[in-house]
Design a binder for this molecule. Sequence first.
Ligand code: SF4
Length: 551
Amino acid sequence: MPLNTTRWRETKLHNDPADDRLLPIIEAVRALPEANAHDIHAILRRYPKHGGGGSYSKHHIIHAYRRLCDAGEIPFERETLRRLQMKPTRTISGVAPVTVLTKPYPCPGQCIFCPTDVRMPKSYLRDEPGAMRAEQHAFDPYAQTFHRIRSFSALGHGVSKIELLILGGTWSSYRRDYQEWFVQRCLDAMNGRDSRSLAEAQKWNESAPHRNVGLVIETRPDHIDWNEIKWLRMLGVTKVQMGAQSLSDRILQINKRGHTVEQTREAVNLLRAAGFKIALHWMPNLLGATPDSDREDFMRLWSDPALRPDELKIYPCSLLANAELYEYWRRGEHRPYADDELLELVADCMTRVPRYCRVNRVIRDIPAPNIVAGSTRSNLRQDAERLIRERGLRDESLRAREVRGANVRADDLRLETIAYETSVGAEHFISFVTSADKVAGFVRLSLPAPTLDPSPVAELRDGGGEGVGVAMIRELHIYGPALSLGDDSSGEAQHLGLGARLLSHTEQIAIERGYKKIAVISAIGTREYYRKRGFEVEGLYMTKRLASTWK
Ligand code: SF4
């Protein structure tokens, strides 16, 4: 439909002489259904601001586009909006990720590769994008959350589902009253009102406009025990990021990690038994490692049933001037890998990741000027993907197979179950997969081993016969871009009822294996969803009796 340019002029932004120029930009974007980010930037360059002031910001154009749609001048087209969005991949998994940093604080760790800047929480650099945003807001949790949601919204992203990622040093080493206050204030920002307690903020968030559908913290393996796990659940945490870094005690020791491989294994076992999603960080090129030893180390992540993480961040060790490792390098005792060496290693690793694991990142976003020696390649992932393709190999990990924003047809989906053993039971990664091997949605179901000691958490006992725990849904995820209410969404995975079908399938599996009860580690903002499907809040989880439902 052509734009009504007369009414456009009547409704244009007041006192902005640039507005007339926005019209051809919007028309050009609408006319290019296959446009990628490169095309959009070319359009912006073609229609620069008056007087040579550079390109218009997408923020400005999206604002005008939404206003025109609201005024009925043009139909709202989600695809057009998506093309106009600044970074469309950010919310392509259906959830807006809001990252916030804790205040500057030391960490009990002494890792020699870790930078120290007293103005930042341990391990963060002042010029990293997330750190800069946090400092601008004086590390205030409310301000960080509020402004991040507002930025996503201004860029046209849906913000009804929020994954809150709390970063900064070691979460578990902060005082507990600070942790509680921090989470409460993040929720207050999502709820749009100030609560008197964390419990009140959580209650309100169950029906808030911005619901917290995932809460992530990062900590060390030696801080995880049942006491800590109960505390994390009380805060509403659903996923734990943990630095494994290496699976060699020798490497851990010379890099002064301060924990052993066995402690990493124990922490993963406890977190899995408690239903958390587990994201490990693994670090090649530590002091004492070689590319070959790193390849062997990487394979231990999958061969050891006490590991097998759900998600992984590959963070090659970067040599930074404000880390102790710098002195080792100056003495000639440490060698950062060359660009090609690192590329080969990362590409090799990516082809060995199992289908159930998502590789969230393959390099940390450290601004190049901070890196003293070694690779400064920021597009390592794309280069590794290209190398893998050139070699005729495949990256089958979860991220490489997500449908992302693409439409899917129900008749093109098949159910795939990957079962694998862990030290605490049997895992089932059940996904809906398209004929092109893309994943439209998945569920992670843990079935605790009958030989496992009864859980210290009461609601995770009483699953059946003696010693049988409860079946646990650790994650349920359906793909599709984060949508605003009212946006057209036909054909997207989120709206084909895949979640309900996956839940029903997991319950059948649990019943067949003799479990009488199923639990889910639900985030506060997903409680409504599970209530509608027969779950009730029980202590730190939501649970459902299976026997009465499936006789
Ligand atoms: S535990 Fe993490 S934050 Fe603490 S010193 Fe080690 S790398 Fe840095």
